[in-house]
Design a protein around this ligand. Structure first.
Ligand SMILES: C[S@@+](CC[C@H](N)C(=O)[O-])C[C@H]1O[C@@H](n2cnc3c(N)ncnc32)[C@H](O)[C@@H]1O
Length: 232
């Protein structure tokens, strides 16, 4: 892995002016976009796998090549770990056999999260490791906390852990979380030492970039999404 990765540059100096309005809108108007058929099929397969692996669930959302999914499965041997990514190309990288308690799923999280909530999934832990930052101000709606699916990902509950090399992403996420739940997570520096969980973490750490994270225990709260059955 090369030890020179660019730091994030953004035309935003602080949290986006439109963040609170977008979060309020997402809370008031659940996402109605129809679920894509391929994600419905992928979810059904994941559901069947889950039934055969009934331990506490860990979601690795945006798992990329799935190394974190493997490492989490090794670290939490009594859990069932599902890594989800929309990139077939990344998921296809050969990193050896998956542990028995891990599964990789190709799916769009916007749909997968809605199906998971409608099916009553309650992850014990939920990782968002180095999500695409979309640092241009115009792209706020593509960041998870600016996206209409944000309340759904919170409603799943569990110990949510976000990591990023862009401090402002984590700070905005914390503001959005506070607005949606009244809870105030700490944004803290993250030092992976020699235990990097993902290739992006490895790359940023090796090039000396500071890393940031927040961790928050969320209740399972399907009531955050009015009219949940309309989404399944
Ligand atoms: C910056 S990469 C980080 C990958 C990995 N977590 C890591 O740290 O190495 C972000 C990942 O999120 C995935 N992703 C972005 N939007 C997604 C979506 N809507 N559904 C599923 N995966 C998505 C991308 O395909 C990409 O693999």
């Amino acid at each position: 892995m090369q030890a020179s990765s660019r730091t994030i540059t953004s035309n935003q100096a602080g949290p986006h002016d439109d963040l609170a309005r977008r979060v309020a809108r997402a809370l008031a108007h659940p996402l109605r976009k129809p679920v894509a058929e391929h994600t419905r099929t992928a979810f059904a397969a994941a559901q069947a796998w889950r039934e055969a692996h009934p331990g506490p669930l860990i979601l690795d959302a945006g798992c990329g090549v799935g190394l974190s999914t493997r490492r989490l499965a090794e670290r939490f041997g009594d859990h069932a770990v599902i890594g989800v990514d929309r990139s077939a190309h990344r998921l296809a990288r050969d990193h050896g056999a998956l542990p028995d308690n891990a599964r990789l799923v190709r799916a769009d999280l916007v749909d997968f999260w809605r199906l998971a909530l409608a099916a009553g999934w309650q992850p014990a832990r939920h990782y968002l490791l180095y999500p695409n930052p979309y640092p241009k101000a115009a792209h706020l709606k593509l960041r998870w906390h600016g996206h209409p699916v944000f309340p759904t990902l919170l409603a799943l509950g569990g110990r949510l852990e976000l990591r990023s090399n862009w401090r402002l992403y984590v700070e905005e996420f914390a503001l959005a979380l506070r607005q949606a739940t009244g809870m105030s997570p700490l944004v803290e520096p993250h030092s992976p030492c020699d235990r990097c969980l993902t290739p992006f973490e490895q790359k940023y750490h090796a090039s000396g970039q500071p890393l940031w994270r927040l961790v928050l225990d969320l209740p399972h709260a399907p009531g955050l999404i009015p009219d949940l059955q309309g989404e399944s």
